[in-house]
Design a protein around this ligand. Sequence first.
Ligand code: MN
Length: 308
Amino acid sequence: MTVPMTGVEVMVPRDVPLGGPRAMRVRRTLPQRGRSFIGAWCFLDHYGPDDVAETGGMRLPPHPHIGLQTVSWLFDGEIDHRDSAGNHVLVRPGELNLMTAGRGISHTEDSTSATTVLHGAQLWLALPADSRDTEPRLDHYAPPPVRGPGWQARVFLGTAFGHSSPVATHTPLLGAELMLATGATKAVEVDAAFEHGVLLDVGQVTVEGAAVAPGELVHLPPGRTTIEVTASDEARVLLLGGPPFGEAIVMWWNFVGRSHDEVAAARDDWQAQVAGGRLADGRFGVVEHPDAPIPAPDLPHVRLKERR
Ligand code: MN
């Protein structure tokens, strides 16, 4: 639904099973038909709150990535992250863990045994052409809460609410969590060169007058200096932004590339590493996990198309 006067577009999620025996389900708002990006943000899965006793929680054995960065942003629960760059961290609510895949990384993500409720978002950022082959790494940052009347924010990437994240980015970005009390309104000052997304996690809000339901993602085009969010019921949103990405990408499975052939080569490299049913060393490195690595699905019979 687009409100013509303001360019504000409310996008509805689609329900996607992640696979596995008990199949944790997510609400995917990016990419979708008609929109592949908000700035460099190119993927957004929102999940929970899920009772882990029912869903089995998150269990992601070794799998590869190239050409992107991942953010696991939690509202509740705890995830054990291990990657082939040698990092082992616990992902906790309100803390940024930005994994840069660059030229190739493999990692695992498992909700911990202490987790009873799992609730959060999995986000991907496309790396621009000049840094997409960078070294794999992990950046951790626990942003302090910034408060005002009826609201509290945590800025994990970029600058907003008077706070700047120290984490370096490859394109200008905004990533923040905003909580609003019932009846509160916050006019968030934003960069007019950015397009923005507002994901409603819980509660009821209007964004620039447009009513939003939980799980929906609002898109706002560049050209505005404020975004007004009003909560009619206690609410939490994720605020994302960046200048329009401006590069075409080919996105397939866990890979962001620039051509079909590049993605097919990454798939071949991964399949060579998992051929023995255990993860052998190679381009994506090695990460330890009790489960076998996840083999890549078959490529489609048609050539992968670019997204803009
Ligand atoms: Mn992953």
